[in-house]
Write a protein that binds this ligand. Structure first.
Ligand SMILES: *Cc1c(COP(=O)(O)O)cnc(C)c1O
Length: 325
């Protein structure tokens, strides 16, 4: 895939600030937690931005709300369609219901049951597809053509990116400047938005994206200087099973990211256990990417102030049992 080198309307820090104003009435200001145990283990001062406590349980509510709040009257009436391995669908369904917009969510048949149930609970109409044999983009395109719906992609959209950036914006407002920031990475919306906020508020802060080892398409893309497409990856981090990053997200990460790191599924499980046992919170596998990378690279982080975006907390309790068995 060729990455466009210059894209019109790349979002900026000003867009992140505007998004923060726009979503303020709807989104929660999530807490920043600290842990003496985590600090002692890592030798750094860690600040956990707990988006697992955001509405619908992940940062994705921010991007969804920022995008849907800017729909025209015509778009609102025809409704929104989204495809998602889970949290994006929930976020669109919840934001749409708050704004009174009809939402259709196209989901993989093997998405976690809790995510499917929650999406339906937020009022989204669910359409299933097989992620290994069917093309979800074609399915969505049919809804757009036949019903005039607006497709909202999960990450490669300026309004999604600037909405997601409000999590890092808040974190930096809550903690002051950080030396490093670790962000979980699927398609790169959260990372791109975080980079916009961090570059403006803490220019010296080194920001890292973290992917599952089996889904290291962004790392490959960064090394290759162009967007690399991978086969559907198998990892417990279902929110980061993307096959490629976006054009907008890649343009921003290429410009601003310090590096992209990877961690293994067992390292994610160790972090889920740490969060549950020591910090008394449930974090989904994808939400553990950032901490897993901090633990892996702690030698280089000694004495530093480090931000960790805990991106989400939606996990089936039955699967949680398997992970901890
Ligand atoms: C979507 C998601 C991610 C990845 O976000 P991108 O913007 O696709 O990089 C990370 N963690 C959780 C919990 C998510 O839902």
């Amino acid at each position: 895939m060729d990455a466009q080198t210059s894209l019109p309307n790349l979002p900026t820090y000003a867009d992140v600030l505007a998004a923060a104003e726009r979503i303020r009435p709807y989104a929660l200001q999530t807490p920043v937690l600290t842990s003496r145990t985590a600090d002692a283990e890592s030798g750094a001062q860690l600040f956990f931005k707990c988006e697992n406590f955001q509405r619908m349980g992940a940062f994705k509510f921010r991007g969804a709300m920022n995008t849907l709040a800017q729909f025209s009257a015509i778009q609102r009436q025809a409704g929104v369609v989204a495809f998602s391995s889970g949290n994006h669908g929930q976020a669109i369904a919840l934001a749409a219901s708050i704004l009174g917009i009809p939402a259709t969510i196209v989901m993989p048949h093997d998405a976690p049951a809790s995510k499917i149930a929650a999406t339906a609970g937020y009022g989204g109409k669910i359409v299933h597809f097989d992620r290994y044999t069917e093309d979800r983009e074609q399915i969505c395109a049919a809804f757009v053509e036949q019903h005039g719906m607006t497709l909202v992609p999960p990450f490669d959209h300026p309004d999604e990116i600037s909405g997601q950036g409000t999590a890092a914006l808040e974190l930096l407002q809550q903690t002051g400047p950080l030396d490093a920031l670790f962000v979980s990475l699927g398609g790169g919306g959260l990372l791109a938005g975080s980079l916009l906020a961090a570059k403006a508020l803490a220019p010296a802060c080194k920001t890292y994206g973290v992917e599952p080892e089996a889904a290291n398409d962004a790392q490959q893309s960064l090394r290759a200087g162009k967007i690399v497409l991978i086969a559907p990856p198998r990892t417990i981090a279902d929110g980061a099973q993307t096959q490629h990053v976006g054009h907008y997200t890649f343009a921003i990460m290429r410009r601003d990211v310090e590096d992209i790191l990877t961690v293994s599924d067992p390292e994610l499980i160790d972090c889920m256990r740490f969060y549950a046992e020591r910090m008394k919170m449930i974090v989904e596998p994808t939400g553990c990417l950032s901490l897993a990378a901090v633990r892996k690279h702690k030698q280089q982080l000694r004495g530093l102030r480090v931000g960790i975006i805990v991106s989400g907390g939606n996990v089936d309790l039955s699967r949680l049992g398997q992970y901890f068995a």
